[in-house]
Design a protein around this ligand. Structure first.
Ligand code: ATP
Length: 321
């Protein structure tokens, strides 16, 4: 399923009228190409949040841009979410760029996961949950009647905190999606998809000789890479990750972070994380949420070195959260 490319009625997050996104357009500021624009630099040094207030005043004066780093993949406008009478998210507008890792950060309960779930309509599965506002992917309204949420969720895959392989073999975990979505009709092709997906998820070498063993028999980190392989196997365009490393040890976490960096070349990735260091290591864009509101967003480096909002500074320097 591919959303039609049409004139978007929404305004861009920087206020200009929406329209077809020009993939060749590279956002610039003050005549300089912004870091993170298009092909964001790889292997940048760790941005360790400072606990020293002086670091903020010493930080270079750069105004964080409020427009996307690359072509917009997902555009959210005035998105609010209610669980029954309780409003969990308030009028969130955000452009999520393609081929970029966007991190959602903020204290527990601020609405990060709730907002993440609006992007593949996972909130539809929660009784009493209501979403208002508009979310577009490639200019198409993902909440339109014609959109099949099952197909949407294949196109916008999701990886959860706790690895959740099916109680099936490693092979079947990856083959399941392509089979039910009719991506292939012959066994040879399916084998190829399984192998390519496991390779892309950095798991092939560890499981090639045990493809027909249970997926649940793998270590936690391997299971998480298996789940990522399963998501990749159906050719998604976006991968949503909800604290994908929180159940993993540091070595497994490092492998997933490496993988995220590689996957960024092909996919739009959004990750919810409680780890400031992880957000700084893996993302090029960061959005900070507090009490159901998007406080600010911009290039990760700028958010971590020179946030515009006091609340962001207090959070990234560990004063609350
Ligand atoms: N299924 C649900 N039913 C009712 N309220 C919910 C549900 N899921 C989340 N909430 C509430 O919505 C608010 C936002 O929760 P959400 O899980 O999105 O926050 P979060 O920032 O991801 O938190 P955490 O970092 O702890 O995972 C919280 O007040 C939470 O209690």
């Amino acid at each position: 399923m591919k959303f039609p490319f049409f004139q978007s009625p929404v305004k861009a997050a920087d206020g200009h009228e929406g329209g077809p996104v020009d993939p060749t357009e590279v956002p610039k500021m003050g005549g300089q190409v912004l870091p993170g624009a298009g092909e964001a630099p790889r292997g940048e040094s760790l941005l360790t949040p400072s606990t020293d207030e002086g670091a903020h005043s010493r930080a270079p004066t750069v105004t964080a841009p409020n427009f996307p780093a690359g072509p917009t993949k997902i555009a959210a406008r005035d998105v609010s979410v209610f669980y029954g009478d309780k409003q969990a998210l308030f009028d969130v507008s955000l452009d999520i760029p393609d081929k970029t890792v966007t991190a959602f950060i903020g204290p527990s309960g601020c609405g990060k996961s709730t907002f993440l779930r609006t992007m593949n309509r996972m909130n539809d599965t929660i009784p009493g949950c209501k979403v208002t506002g508009r979310i577009e992917m490639d200019g198409g309204d993902i909440n339109a009647k014609a959109i099949d949420p099952v197909l949407l969720r294949a196109q916008v895959g999701m990886v959860f905190q706790k690895p959740n392989p099916f109680p099936k073999t490693i092979y079947e975990n990856v083959a399941y999606g392509p089979r039910i979505h009719g991506l292939t009709s012959n066994k040879g092709e399916l084998d190829g998809i399984v192998e390519a997906s496991l390779k892309r998820a950095g798991l092939w070498d560890e499981v090639a000789d045990r493809l027909h063993s249970a997926g649940t028999g793998l270590s936690g980190g391997q299971q998480q890479r298996l789940v990522i392989a399963r998501a990749i196997a159906v050719n998604p365009e976006v991968i949503l990750m909800d604290e994908p490393c929180s159940a993993l040890d540091p070595i497994a976490t490092a492998k997933i972070e490496e993988l995220i960096d590689e996957l960024r070349e092909r996919f739009c990735i959004v990750i919810v994380t409680h780890s400031m260091a992880q957000a700084a290591r893996v993302s090029q864009r960061t959005a900070f949420f507090h009490m159901g509101r998007l406080v600010e967003h911009g290039n990760t480096e700028e958010i971590f070195t020179n946030p515009r909002e006091r609340r962001t500074l207090d959070y990234i320097t560990g004063r609350f959260g």
